[in-house]
Design a protein around this ligand. Structure first.
Ligand SMILES: *[C@@H]1O[C@H](CO)[C@@H](O)[C@H](O)[C@H]1NC(C)=O
Ligand SMILES: *[C@@H]1O[C@H](CO)[C@@H](O)[C@H](O)[C@H]1NC(C)=O
Ligand SMILES: *[C@@H]1O[C@H](CO)[C@@H](O)[C@H](O)[C@H]1NC(C)=O
Ligand SMILES: *[C@@H]1O[C@H](CO)[C@@H](O)[C@H](O)[C@H]1NC(C)=O
Ligand SMILES: *[C@@H]1O[C@H](CO)[C@@H](O)[C@H](O)[C@H]1NC(C)=O
Length: 428
């Protein structure tokens, strides 16, 4: 009975140590030229003896479930292993340890790897599932993912950037991120998350591994779309504009995509009216009715934004100004006419008096005018019966400066105004 008991126990423990292979991890992503570790343990019931261990990789056109062996990566009998693997594969070859290290991997090594062993009594066992090996082919590139598919990225969207290579990306590595070529010190993971992306995040991104020079060579644009902002009317005259001048108002803003249209409005007390479109709005001949407040609205695919309101001031030519100018012109006209008239009159007098020849020769044309004026004053004196003694102009020939003929008119005006002033004083 005792022996039977032992026998049953042995049988049970043998049965419990079942045929097994366990792989870890089940899939590997490795860089080209690096080494990979296929970590593996196996077991089989007692009473059996291990005869053959082998790692194989089914060909692409073969079944990938382990039923077809394809190519041997490792084989207890080295002759079974092709040249390609003979020096690159290191088998642990320890009790129940089936780990395999594969050196200097390349794209050709991409595939599924299985461990299989043979024992006596013609028992064979293949670890199910195998290990998938992918090769990360550099360079890195940034992929952009959003919750929305095939849609533009707008402000506020949740966006994830992932640092990938062509087939896969080795994990458990420290990553580095760059935005517009500048290192982002806080970003150290394979993914860069924006829970609510903003226009400040717009830019070119690249990534790589921290402890290697394998950074991405191409940049990926995070194309955050946003409605116009910072809309403003620039270079408008802040001072008053003269009537008749021309003024161009420019509207500017920042937007993505670049703007498609600007619309202009004029604000009056009662309403805001549309006046035109385009980045520039020109007022060719400014008049009083152009004075007022203006505003532009920038529009793109995403939305629109108003500029701040500017005020255009137009200088008023008052009626008083016009009257003043008109009066001045009129007075000048009268004065000139008067002088010409006087000269003519004087000439006639000279002709009739026949002045001595020597005196005529010393009198310049300017002095002649003074003479005339004096004469005219004299005649007025008589008619108005007033005393002008103090007003008498200095004798032409003595201390009066000699004037050029060009200055004739100026001199005459000053004399005339002298006369007028004096008259007014006397009347008071
Ligand atoms: C199996 O062998 C490998 C290579 O010799 C070793 O690194 C690993 O620690 C071993 N695993 C176990 C479970 O002993
Ligand atoms: C790694 O393999 C490539 C071919 O895939 C070969 O050119 C290179 O010399 C190998 N490097 C080493 C260290 O064996
Ligand atoms: C992003 O890269 C593209 C192409 O190199 C370049 O034209 C563009 O100006 C870059 N954008 C920024 C914001 O640096
Ligand atoms: C801009 O907007 C105006 C008014 O809505 C429109 O008439 C015009 O065609 C638009 N121009 C462009 C270039 O979209
Ligand atoms: C608003 O102003 C425009 C132009 O200044 C004018 O044509 C329009 O009649 C005005 N509308 C109202 C309701 O005052």
């Amino acid at each position: 009975m005792f022996y039977i008991g032992i026998f049953i126990q042995l049988s049970l423990s043998a049965a419990m140590a079942s045929w097994s292979v366990s792989y870890s991890p089940r899939s590997i992503c490795a860089f080209e030229n690096s080494s990979v570790d296929f970590s593996c343990t196996f077991d089989f019931p007692r009473g059996y003896t291990l005869r053959v261990s082998k790692w194989f990789k089914p060909d692409k056109d073969q079944k990938q479930d382990g039923s077809q062996e394809g190519m041997f990566v490792y084989h207890t009998y080295a002759g079974e292993t092709p040249e390609r693997y003979i020096n690159r594969a290191t088998y642990a070859n320890q009790d129940k340890n089936c780990s395999l290290k594969l050196h200097n991997v390349s794209k050709k090594d991409i595939g599924r790897y299985f461990f299989r062993f043979h024992t006596d009594y013609y028992r064979r066992y293949t670890g199910p599932g195998g290990i998938d090996l992918s090769i990360a082919v550099l360079p890195f590139r940034v992929t952009v993912n959003t919750q929305k598919t095939n849609r533009e990225i707008h402000e506020g969207d949740s966006v994830t950037l992932t640092c990938n290579t062509e087939n896969c990306t080795p994990t458990q590595e420290a990553f580095i991120w760059f935005k517009n070529g500048r290192l982002l010190p806080k970003a150290t993971e394979q993914t860069l998350r924006f829970s609510s992306v903003s226009r400040e995040d717009f830019g070119n991104y690249s990534c790589g591994l921290k402890n290697s020079d394998t950074t991405s060579t191409t940049e990926t644009l995070l194309d955050v779309r946003y409605r116009p902002h910072n809309v403003q009317i620039i270079n408008f005259p802040s001072k008053e504009i003269e009537e008749g001048d021309s003024v161009t108002l420019n509207c500017k803003s920042n937007a993505n995509p670049a703007l498609t249209n600007y619309t202009w409005f004029k604000i009056s007390d009662t309403n805001t009216s549309y006046i035109g479109y385009g980045s520039k709005y020109s007022l060719k001949t400014v008049s009083q009715k152009d004075a007022g407040r203006y505003l532009c609205v920038a529009v793109n695919d995403v939305g629109s934004q108003n500029s701040s309101v500017i005020e255009l001031k137009v200088k008023e030519h008052s009626r008083l100004d016009f009257l003043l100018i008109a009066t001045t012109v009129l007075l000048l006209g009268i004065a000139v006419t008067l002088i010409i008239f006087c000269i003519m009159k004087r000439r006639k007098q000279i002709a009739s008096k026949k002045l001595p020849a020597e005196k005529i020769s010393t009198v310049t044309p300017t002095e002649e005018i003074y003479e005339n004026l004096r004469n005219s004053l004299k005649s007025e004196e008589i008619s108005t019966n007033l005393t002008y003694a103090d007003l008498m102009l200095p004798p032409a020939s003595s201390d009066r400066p000699q004037y050029n003929s060009q200055e004739d008119m100026t001199v005459i005006y000053s004399i005339l105004s002298d006369r007028e002033e004096t008259k007014t004083i006397e009347q008071i």
